[in-house]
Design a protein around this ligand. Structure first.
Ligand code: ADP
Ligand code: MG
Length: 136
């Protein structure tokens, strides 16, 4: 689909969230500024997360209380690869009942169980305030 403006991308995130269950992992890919955090914000709102949803820039991720359980939001942009990191670093974000959204998932392949990946989302710039949003 194509969105014009951040509100439409938030609505796309909210729509995706409707179909999620505890334990699901959602991978969100795309360039800087493509709208990944905007998309996740809409999803988190739909899952009952209140208060600010900001980009986890100086930490790996944030954990929230959603209406039906824990919700995690990770941004792995600054993780070059898990080789030098504590292998358990990300585990708290992937508690069995948590729904987790991961920006820059390609920076830490294998840090979550593949079978938990429920959706793969790709956002791309399409000129101005236009973005393409593809969900697998
Ligand atoms: P990312 O997390 O991919 O780096 P952000 O969601 O943090 O991207 O930032 C996207 C920026 O682009 C925001 O400033 C947002 O307001 C702006 N923007 C403009 N049009 C759109 C759109 N259609 N969808 C999402 N963001 C948009
Ligand atoms: Mg972001």
């Amino acid at each position: 689909m194509r969105t014009t403006g951040p509100d439409a991308t938030e609505r796309a995130g909210a729509a995706l969230a409707e179909g999620l269950r505890p334990g699901d992992v959602v991978l969100v890919s795309g360039d800087l500024g493509a709208g990944k955090t905007t998309f996740v914000r809409g999803a988190l709102r739909a899952l009952g997360v209140t208060g600010p949803v900001t980009s986890p820039t100086f930490v790996v991720g944030h954990e929230y209380d959603g209406a039906a359980g824990p919700v995690s939001h990770l941004d792995l942009y600054r993780l070059a690869g898990m080789g030098d990191e504590d292998p358990g670093l990300l585990d708290p974000f992937f508690a069995p009942d948590a729904i987790a959204f991961v920006e820059w998932p390609e920076h830490a392949p294998g840090a979550w169980p593949d079978e938990r990946v429920a959706r793969r989302v790709r956002l791309e710039h399409a000129g101005g305030d236009e973005r393409t949003v593809v969900v697998e």
